[in-house]
Design a protein. Structure first.
Length: 149
């Protein structure tokens, strides 16, 4: 929803794909899920196109699949580490405030737009069902296609 020639309030729904590798609580964490968000965007050019800065607050409902190596404590292994991999999944609700920059391309009719951006912020797991999984600082690449109403 536009609130001026250089500013916009954003309401969004989307999918978040997480591939944390070993940056989380386990040796490997990956998964994804859907979420909702809202934000404010300020463009440098009139007509809400070109470069912009933004602030967003999003909530995601994610399922994270994790894998963790569990070494055998009482065995001596000649060939290297010995143990087994424990696997599991955790369902989390995430609160994610971010700040970002990007660029928006507009169609000639001004109704359609394609956006590419980069955002940086924080991810807090506000609800966890299962084992704890990673949270903390994040960096995201964003792509979107939108149509003005």
């Amino acid at each position: 929803m536009a609130s001026g020639e250089k500013t916009a309030w954003i309401v969004e729904a989307g999918h978040n794909t997480a591939n944390r590798q070993d940056f989380g609580e386990h040796d490997n964490e990956e998964g994804g899920g859907f979420g909702l968000g809202a934000g404010y965007r300020r463009y440098f050019k009139e007509g809400m196109k070109g470069f912009y800065v933004e602030a967003n607050l999003e909530t995601w409902f994610l399922e994270i699949y994790w894998r963790q190596f569990q070494p055998y404590i009482d065995l001596i292994c000649i060939t290297g580490p010995c143990g087994f991999f424990a696997n599991g999944n955790s369902k989390i609700t995430v609160l994610q405030p971010t700040l970002g920059v990007g660029y928006q391309f507009r169609s000639k009719s001004e109704k359609w737009a394609a956006t590419i951006g980069a955002t940086f912020g924080q991810e807090w797991n506000v609800k966890t069902k299962g084992e704890e999984v990673g949270q903390g600082g994040i960096s995201l690449l964003t792509f979107s296609v939108t149509r003005r109403l």
